[in-house]
Design a protein around this ligand. Structure first.
Ligand code: CTP
Length: 416
């Protein structure tokens, strides 16, 4: 890393409050520094009961202080907030949320929160009872009303034998949200609160015999990013996932696994019922083998028989047809188009034709091939709407693309 690139590194303050999930802040810190962020850790006194200052200092390469009376000549209680490009508090305990909501400045972290003018991401972690308590819910609502992003806690194992809502989301998810806010400070409004959305992801596999299938290279990352961003914008999210890479299930999202295109079709039609918006991000195989061999197909001395394929249902087109027939009342149906373009037709022209053919309300067009879109972290494209408007989606993370699509979905929902 060059000295010059260090100057260009975003300044992140990582606040750590005193809960058992504080140990996961080390992983968040590690991931942030490894992805090129300069991180100053500001724990509360209670956080140091869980993780020692030496760990945070060693991992960040920066001093760790909790109070406002250390290094007073550098006025850290004002400087840290002023100089930050992003403040992330993970975990944010019930006590920290309460102190932040009420504007307390009784330690370095809360003082930093009062002086920060950059995006602030709070990632709560606590027992379910504490999360659900009206005092905490009021504090969260107050913080959100002031533009602070309070992430949705995950559901799962808590301290001890308990399970429920209140678990810290996976560190990879926290870092993804942090990077999203650095790139686009307004990416996580609460505009999908009270909305139910269904997203499909991954690639279907069409079996040939008990051990072989026809598949594709979709990793599911774009669909997972869509589900994650929608959940943190307040939606009730169902993620229908075909085969994917080993991905973290986003916090608060209901996951339904499917295998084949036929299973995807049946599940999407069922889940779309009563949903406000449906996004088909899955790579659904267009064809499947006509025959499914009951036993493994064995080698013989001769060449194998050619594979006979038959068409799979087009799930996106069927969702649109069901709505037209009055069987679905989903307000917004969106799809993706993976296009390579060819000598006579550009990627965008293929996209426009596909939007018309499928009849959906929104279509994200991605250029694929040459290492673009599939199995990679970043994505770019165009967002086309049925009324003929189009906007370019700049190169950025799949979460950023997701937030651009949810902006458009949210606009259309508000207009209905
Ligand atoms: N799609 C679907 N069912 C299929 C194929 C695709 O629902 N059997 C959806 C995808 O989830 C995506 C959109 O349709 O949202 C476009 O997918 P894409 O593979 O780009 O298009 P195809 O329909 O396969 O068209 P073509 O083969 O002409 O590119």
């Amino acid at each position: 890393m060059t000295a010059n690139s260090a100057e260009n590194q975003p300044n992140v303050v990582l606040g750590v409050a005193g809960g058992i999930a504080a140990y996961k802040a080390c992983e968040v810190l590690r991931r942030l520094t490894e992805s090129g962020h300069r991180v100053r850790v500001v724990p509360t006194e209670a956080a140091l009961q869980f993780v020692g200052a030496a760990t945070f200092e060693a991992l960040s390469g920066q001093p760790v202080r909790t109070g406002v009376f250390a290094d007073v000549e550098q006025v850290p209680h004002v400087r840290l907030g002023q100089q930050a490009d992003l403040v992330v508090v993970a975990p944010a305990t019930a006590d920290l949320l309460a102190r932040a909501a009420h504007g307390r400045a009784d330690d370095l972290l809360t003082s930093t929160l009062l002086t920060a003018r950059c995006p602030v991401l709070m990632v709560p972690a606590m027992h379910t009872e504490m999360w659900e308590h009206p005092a905490t819910q009021d504090n969260v609502a107050l913080l959100r009303s002031r533009g602070i992003v309070v992430a949705e806690p995950d559901v799962g194992r808590l301290t001890g034998p308990d399970t429920g809502k209140g678990r810290l989301p996976d560190p990879a998810e926290i870092v993804d949200l942090a990077r999203l806010l650095l790139a686009e400070p307004n990416a996580l409004p609460r505009d999908l609160e009270g909305r139910r959305v269904v997203v499909s992801a991954g690639g279907t596999r069409e079996p040939l015999d008990p051990v072989r299938y026809l598949g594709n290279r979709s990793s599911g990352r774009q669909g997972y990013a869509l589900a994650r961003v929608a959940a943190h914008r307040g939606a009730d999210v169902t993620l229908v996932a075909a085969h994917t890479a080993d991905l973290v299930v986003p916090a608060g999202v209901r996951l339904v696994r499917v295998g084949t295109a036929e299973e995807m079709r049946a599940t999407m039609l069922k889940e779309a019922s009563g949903a406000d918006a449906v996004v088909m991000a899955a790579a659904v195989a267009d064809f499947r083998p006509v025959e499914l061999a009951e036993h493994k197909i064995k080698k013989t001395g001769r060449d194998p028989e050619p594979l006979r394929l038959t068409k799979n249902p087009d799930v996106l087109a069927e969702l649109v047809r069901s709505r037209a027939a009055g069987e679905l009342d989903t307000a917004v149906i969106a799809g993706f188009a993976a296009e390579t373009g060819d000598p006579s037709t550009t990627v965008l022209e293929h996209g426009r034709a596909k939007l018309a053919r499928k009849g959906c309300d929104l279509l994200v067009v991605n250029a694929v091939g040459d290492g673009q879109a599939f199995e990679v972290e970043d994505n770019a494209g165009w967002l086309l709407t049925a009324d003929g408007t189009e906007r370019p989606i700049p190169f950025g993370s799949k979460s950023r693309l997701a937030s651009t699509l949810w902006d458009a979905v949210s606009e259309q929902l508000a207009a209905k």
